[in-house]
Design a protein around this ligand. Structure first.
Ligand code: HEM
Length: 514
């Protein structure tokens, strides 16, 4: 057979290839026409140099993006625009502009982007309301979450949070070298108890292991340039044996299992009449006639668990790192706790309001290394103009929280006094106003998270000294994942005195959660 006849024969026999070629050619034509008409007419915000058709979109970094985006901020300013191949990304590097867009212009900036891989192929757009479009389904899910974590409801969890913090202290006493595991377990325990009423005995608890795997997958998938299919959506039609398709299918199954297993467990306990108090139990006892309600309750609970564990862990691990590196700050906070609360007690969550310096340490922890440096992106639903720049419909908007965190004097310095010194504090936006996002999609779990962190931080400072390892310098390094936390490091965590050791042992005996 001649070469030409062979090619003809192969193409005739392969309808997938035929369809794919037509799709690719149509996509390219569409992109060229759109690129030409758009770039000639409009004044976009500045950004890295563009090339025909691909623009500058392929420069979108795939991990640790906040460092690169913040370098661009120094070159291009508060708004940085990437576009090409039918995509547009706007990076916003300034607190006031993010508030203007997300809060005042919320009706155009509350949607989420279409993540082809995480949203469509992994099924999260349908099920996980944190990625779902702004609309009735999102509203239904968000209403349910609000029931569990509004400012009044979270007061019911103080006992759980203080007890878990007490167990954490006892774990740190027993094996301080495993402090990162203990912190992860404590963060998971709080959310697992609140959402499902389940007490995780150790880090190998299957729900904790499953959720950790899911967060790892999601962490990768949410980075702006992680999958080419997010930039060229037509690639989603590639056959199922292509590596990213296989990854997405496996992830979809994992996410479903992660939502279903604890849900089925709680349902079983409810039917046996032995289910402890939990958010899911409350939801399932609501008299709801909607046939979809159980499915919604299952996913809402799972999303809360996923969103709450890693972020709380990231903040508490950053806190330990900051304390090991800043002994004077640590001593000052310990002195405040001893003076205000006394040396024979562990502070409660209610005590936190009496501890301004210690709370400034917590704020500075969230600023020094924000746990979610690029938040979760949004998408414009209409064309907009800001400062004479054109922001088209369907632009992915990334609020660069990392850039906000660096917008203070000496950003690498860990200095809680920024929030207390009157000359400095007015110029620094409090991290509780931006580290949890802004506007309609602001983190619904922020009050719960803040209380967990208050219990963990004050509990540790009251009873332990955190020191760098002997004869070793700690070089602070962080993961490049969507939720970013310190890479494993060593430090010494020792009870401040024998009395403190006794205090930890006595407090853990009073724990009610099991
Ligand atoms: C230190 C801890 C936490 C941090 C730093 C954090 C940060 C964030 C950020 C930056 C967003 C994106 C908001 C936006 O689009 O503007 C978010 C969304 C979200 N967070 Fe948190 N979060 C934390 C803890 C929690 C907890 C404990 C829960 C639940 C119990 C939770 C549940 C959620 C959910 C469900 C969303 C999606 C909201 C939506 O799309 O409507 N988070 N969080």
């Amino acid at each position: 057979m001649s070469r030409g006849a062979w090619v003809q024969h192969r193409t005739r026999d392969n309808p997938t290839m035929n369809l794919l070629s037509v799709l690719i050619v149509s996509f390219l034509c569409f992109t060229i026409i759109r690129w030409y008409t758009e770039t000639k007419k409009k004044k976009y915000p500045p950004g890295p140099p563009v090339r025909p058709i691909i623009g500058n979109i392929l420069k979108a970094p795939s991990s640790g993006a906040w460092y690169i985006l913040t370098d661009w901020f120094k070159v291009y300013g508060n708004l940085v625009f990437l576009h090409g191949l039918g995509n547009r990304i706007l990076v916003v590097n300034n607190f006031e502009i993010i508030s203007e867009l997300f809060e005042k212009r919320w009706n155009n900036y509350s949607d989420r982007p279409k993540f082809t891989v995480a949203g469509e192929l992994m099924g999260l757009e349908q099920n996980s309301f944190s990625l779902s479009p702004y609309g009735p389904r999102w509203r239904e899910h968000r209403k349910l979450v609000h029931l569990a974590v509004n400012t009044r409801a979270i007061q019911n969890y103080h006992g759980i949070q203080e007890d878990v913090a007490a167990i954490l202290s006892s774990d740190l006493l027993r094996s301080p070298e495993h402090f990162l595991e203990h912190l992860y377990l404590a963060s998971g325990r709080i959310v697992l108890l609140v959402t499902y009423g389940i007490f995780a005995k150790d880090i190998k608890n299957p729900y904790i292991v499953d959720a950790e795997e899911c967060m790892e997958i999601l962490g990768k998938a949410l980075n702006p340039g992680a999958y080419l299919a997010d930039i060229i959506p037509i690639l989603k039609y590639l056959p199922s044996w292509v590596p990213f398709q296989k990854e997405a299918q496996e992830a979809k199954i994992k996410f479903h299992k992660n939502a279903e297993l604890p849900y089925l467990h709680v349902k079983k306990l409810i039917s046996e009449g032995t289910a402890p108090q939990s958010f899911l139990k409350d939801l399932l006892s609501l008299d709801n006639m909607d046939p979809d309600f159980d499915h919604r309750a299952m996913w809402v609970t799972s999303v809360m668990y996923g969103a709450g564990t890693e972020t709380t862990f990231a903040t508490s691990a950053t806190f330990i790192l900051a304390m090991a590196l800043n002994p004077e700050v640590q001593k000052k906070a310990q002195a405040e706790i001893d003076r205000v609360i006394g040396t024979d007690k562990v502070p409660t969550i209610a005590d936190a309001s009496k501890l301004p310096y210690t709370m400034a340490v917590l704020k500075e922890t969230m600023r020094w290394h924000p746990p979610v440096p690029l938040s979760i992106p949004r998408r414009t639903t209409q064309d907009d103009t800001f400062n004479k720049y054109f922001i088209p419909k369907d632009t992915v908007v990334i609020p660069n929280l990392w850039a906000i965190s660096r917008s203070v004097a000496n950003p690498e310095q860990f200095n809680p006094d920024r929030y207390l010194d009157k000359n400095m504090s007015s110029s620094i936006p409090d991290p509780s106003e931006w580290a949890f996002g802004m506007g309609r999609r602001i983190c619904p779990g922020r009050y719960l998270a803040e209380n967990s962190l208050k219990a963990i931080v004050t509990g540790i400072l009251a009873t332990f000294d955190i020191l760098p390892p002997e004869n070793e310098i700690i070089l602070p390094e962080f993961t490049s994942t969507h939720v970013s936390y310190p890479k494993p490091f060593r430090c010494q965590i020792r009870p401040r005195s024998q009395e403190k050791e006794q205090l930890i042992k006595a407090r853990v005996l009073e724990v009610k959660v099991t």
